[in-house]
Design a protein around this ligand. Sequence first.
Ligand code: SF4
Length: 466
Amino acid sequence: MIKLNLNENFICRIWEDSSCYSNLKTTSGKNVEIIDTGIRNPDSGPDYYNTKIKIDGVSYSGCIEIHKSEKDWKTHKHKGDNKYNSVILQVVFYKDAFNKDSLNPVVKKSRKIPTVILSDYLTRSVREIWKEIINNPSEKFRIPCYPENYNTSDEIKKDWLSKLADDRLELKTAKIKLRLEEISGDQSKKIFWEQVMFEFICEALGYSKNRKQFLCLSQKIDLIKISKMKLSRLQTDSLLFGLSGFLKDLRFKDDYIESLKYEWESLKSVIRKDTIEKSEWNFFRLRPSNFPTIRIAYASALLFEIINNDFFKKIFLAFEEGQNISKELNALFKIPEVSHYWKNNYIFGKKSSSAIASIGNERIKDITVNVILPLINLYSAYFDKTNLKARVNFYYRNQKQKNGRNEITRVMEKQLNIKSGTIAAEQGLIHLHNFYCIREECNKCGIGKSVFGGTAVHEPFRIILY
Ligand code: SF4
């Protein structure tokens, strides 16, 4: 395993989000159940207090100490420090390579503190968790130029953010271009544009917790093959739920489930793709309306629209001819109608007490910014449609953002003392945060040049502030 140079604050963020790990065991093989991760201690002493856990069914409450590696207990000089007597569990991120057996620390009265190696039980890669965390900055997050940048003119800030907004759109466009060229060398065929659009929309439907799974699912669907099969709505549902692994070992029985299973029996021999493991889908800490089952139902309805009702052309026309692009895109993304079952069920066999919206305005906005704008931008470049490109740009730069601003933009707006009222301005801020602020690139930043006058900034930045 490649050991990343993580700091304890980052490990604490992982510890506090129990969806990041599962089935914890101590180094001696005992099951650890987290009842309460505890309260972060800002002072000296153990990292968390008031933590409640069960080890092999026995309840404990007390403190938790977080470390990067096992040897840290010793190097941090906790040995013999009475503040650590109430530690009930040591959470260590990486196991020390040289250490065959656990170095369970010992406190007062020769009590051995059990240890968990957290990296052995992560539900997703450190890189994915890192991405989620940088997208949700903690309140302690401070950019190094704050508050000095308040003396930098609005013009400098706006010009720099405008350039970054362009960079961000081009970055997203390049990602779609790469995939399009991977799929086929012939970009004149609409079906390949439809394929790439479907894949990227699916990725966006996965939110942060099921993004990879959705991308994997969508890439198992070959639009050329599927469109020739002339599938019904039910068969399309069966295809997606079959490939996603949800039809395997399903305990519940109802007419819809039986029909899906029946269709899947014949479909799977034609599709011939491995299915995803059901256990790979994340439900934990998601609102039921964001459950992957609901999103797969929407992806199925969307696939049906793409194949049968020229969805891609409608999107393209909204940009080329639309009077109100935003309104038209919103209406278009509400067209794919999930099967009746998913209007009342969050998961298989469980009814919901209220009607479920298949897709909300927030998700549509996210898909528009991350998929549709770069896709149409790419399309206009491929087919040399200058008018279309101008319309994409106009929309990007002028479309007001009423709601849905994320944590990053909120923090950055406040600390840069600016307002990001349009899609482009918001994207510029996100790009600044992700590619400059958290990477110690103040020297290359237009605002940083004004604030620091070109001198190097050596802030212990990056992951550390999180
Ligand atoms: S990268 Fe620019 S905006 Fe970010 S902290 Fe440095 S100077 Fe400020």
